[in-house]
Design a protein around this ligand. Structure first.
Ligand SMILES: [Zn+2]
Length: 447
C-alpha cells in the first residue's frame, strides 16, 4: 500500500515506544444497556493494545472511556441515556455520613469485639485522641488503620501472646495481570451480584475486559515512582482474595474501571469501601482527580456517584468542567442532553437558552453511513480543525512498520468527507481523538 517500502524508518525506536496506537472502528448505534432501547445509543469506537496513560487522560477529558481494549466516545446528543464524564476533586472531598459509616463498620468487623475490648484496656487512647476521633473523620487514617500492618498488637498479659484482630486484612496494588484466583472471584461476583450466565465468560474474555489496560509503569509495584497505567488493587482477608478494584492511573487522575468482590461480603458495601480507599490513594499519590466512570442522570442506579462531592461534569462541547449542582442539575432534570457552554453561547447570541433545542435527536437510519463531520457530533473537531493538524504526517503502522499517511498512494486525492475512504476513516479518528493525541500516536490499519 505504501508508495515506497524501502524508505528510511520515519521514526526512531525511542519515539515509537512513546506512541499510542489506535485502530479505528467507526461510528455505530447499539442497544442501550440502561433503558434497553434497541438502537438507543451511538458512539465512535477504536481499539488499542497500547495507550499511554497521559494520552488516555487527554481522551478521558474529551469524553472517551475504555472497556478492555475497546475505546469509545458516545454521541451524547443522539443517545437515549447520555454518558457524562464526571470527576471529583479529591483535595476538597467531604465524605457523607453513610460513607464514613461503611468504613467504620468494616474496621469493626475486621478487628472483632474481643480485640476492640482488650485493645481498649492494653493500649488505651488518650483523651485528646478520643475527642479527635469523635469530632473529625480523617479519611487517610480511617482507611489504613484496618490494614494488618497498621494494627497495634500489644502482648496480652494473660496469654503472653500478641493480641490479634479477628481477621487479617491486607490491600496491595499489583499489575493488572490475570490469575486463577481473580478469575474465580470475578465469575462468583458476576453470577451472584449481576445474575449473569457465567458460561459466557471464558478466561480470555475476562483477560481482555479487566486485565488488558493502558500502559503500566513502573515495572515493580514496590517502586516509589508515581504509578501510571492499569493496576489491580487486591483486597485479601485471612489470605483469601475477596475483592479486586481495577484502576487506570493517569498523571493527574485515578479512574475507577471496575470492582468485583466476593458476594459473601456484600453487606460490607465494597462499592463505598473501594471508593473511599481510591480517593485516599489519589490524595496520597498526588493524583488530583478521581473519576468514577460515566454518570447517567436518568439512571437511578448511578445517582450514588453524585453523593461523592464535589463532583464536576465534563461539558460535551467545550470540554470544561461544571459543578454537578444548581443550574446543571436543574437542566438535566428537564432534558437528557445539556451543554452549559452551548446554552451560554446561544443566550449571548440572543437565542432562548431554555428552549430544548438540543434534545436527543431520533436515531437516523443512515447515521452509520454518514460522515462524522456531517453528524455534528458534540466535541468532535470540524474538517477545518482536522486540516490544521497535518494528517499527511500522521503515522500509520502498516505490516509492522511506520509510514506517513501521505506515503499512501492517492492520499492527496482522497476526501476527508468521504467516510469510506482511508482518508475519511483516518480524519474521523483524528477528529474524535483530538489534536494532542494525534501528534503522539499512530493509526493501525490493514493488518
Ligand atoms: Zn438508554
Amino acid at each position: 500500500m505504501a508508495s515506497d517500502q524501502r524508505a528510511e524508518p520515519v521514526i526512531d525506536a525511542e519515539t515509537a515506544r512513546k506512541l499510542s496506537l489506535f485502530r479505528p472502528l467507526g461510528y455505530q448505534r447499539n442497544t442501550c444497556g440502561y433503558c434497553k432501547s434497541q438502537t438507543g445509543t451511538a458512539a465512535y469506537y477504536a481499539s488499542s493494545l497500547v495507550v499511554q496513560p497521559a494520552h488516555y487522560e487527554d481522551l478521558v477529558n474529551r469524553g472517551w472511556r475504555r472497556s478492555g481494549t475497546l475505546y469509545y466516545k458516545q454521541n451524547l446528543q443522539r443517545s437515549c441515556c447520555p454518558y457524562y464524564t464526571l470527576r471529583l476533586d479529591v483535595s476538597t472531598f467531604r465524605p457523607r455520613r453513610d460513607h464514613r459509616k461503611a468504613v467504620n463498620r468494616w474496621t469493626k468487623f475486621v478487628l472483632g469485639p474481643e480485640y476492640i475490648r482488650k485493645a481498649a484496656r492494653l493500649c488505651p487512647r488518650t483523651r485528646e485522641e478520643k475527642k479527635r476521633r469523635k469530632t473529625k473523620f480523617d479519611l487517610l487514617s480511617a482507611v489504613h488503620e484496618v490494614e494488618y500492618g497498621n494494627i497495634q498488637r500489644p502482648v496480652d498479659p494473660k496469654t503472653k501472646r500478641p493480641l490479634e484482630p479477628a481477621h487479617r486484612f491486607e490491600v496491595n496494588i499489583e499489575g493488572d495481570s490475570i490469575s486463577q484466583a481473580k478469575f474465580d472471584l470475578f465469575v462468583k461476583y458476576q453470577t451472584k451480584v449481576h445474575k449473569e450466565d457465567v458460561s459466557k465468560w471464558k478466561t480470555k474474555d475476562f483477560e481482555r475486559f479487566l486485565c488488558t489496560g493502558i500502559k503500566r509503569s513502573p515495572a515493580s509495584a514496590d517502586s516509589t515512582e508515581k504509578k501510571l497505567g492499569s493496576w489491580h488493587q487486591c483486597y485479601r482477608l485471612d489470605g483469601k482474595l475477596i475483592a479486586v478494584a481495577v484502576l487506570d492511573l493517569m498523571p493527574n487522575g485515578v479512574s475507577s474501571v471496575y470492582i468485583f468482590y466476593d458476594p459473601d461480603y456484600e453487606q460490607w458495601e465494597f462499592g463505598k469501601l473501594s471508593a473511599m480507599r481510591e480517593i485516599a490513594f489519589a490524595i496520597e499519590g498526588s493524583y488530583q482527580y478521581y473519576y468514577m466512570g460515566f454518570y447517567i442522570h436518568s439512571c437511578q442506579k448511578m445517582r450514588y456517584k453524585a453523593d461523592y462531592r464535589p463532583q464536576y461534569i465534563l461539558d460535551p462541547e467545550s470540554y470544561t468542567w461544571d459543578p454537578l449542582d444548581g443550574e446543571l442539575r436543574e437542566k438535566l432534570d428537564r432534558r437528557p442532553y445539556v451543554s452549559l457552554s452551548h446554552d451560554r453561547q446561544q443566550a449571548s447570541e440572543g437565542g432562548d437558552s431554555t428552549a430544548p433545542t438540543t434534545e436527543a435527536a431520533p436515531a437516523d437510519q443512515d447515521e452509520e453511513d454518514m460522515s462524522l463531520f456531517d453528524l455534528h457530533m458534540p466535541g468532535v473537531m470540524t474538517v477545518e480543525q482536522v486540516k490544521a493538524v497535518d494528517l499527511g504526517h500522521w503515522l500509520l503502522l502498516i505490516h509492522g512498520s511506520f509510514v506517513h499517511m501521505n506515503d499512501l498512494v492517492r492520499w492527496e486525492e482522497m476526501s476527508m468527507r468521504s467516510p469510506q475512504s482511508v482518508k475519511g476513516i483516518v480524519a474521523e479518528l483524528a477528529a474524535t481523538l483530538g489534536p494532542v493525541v494525534v501528534k503522539e500516536s499512530a493509526v493501525v490499519l490493514f493488518d
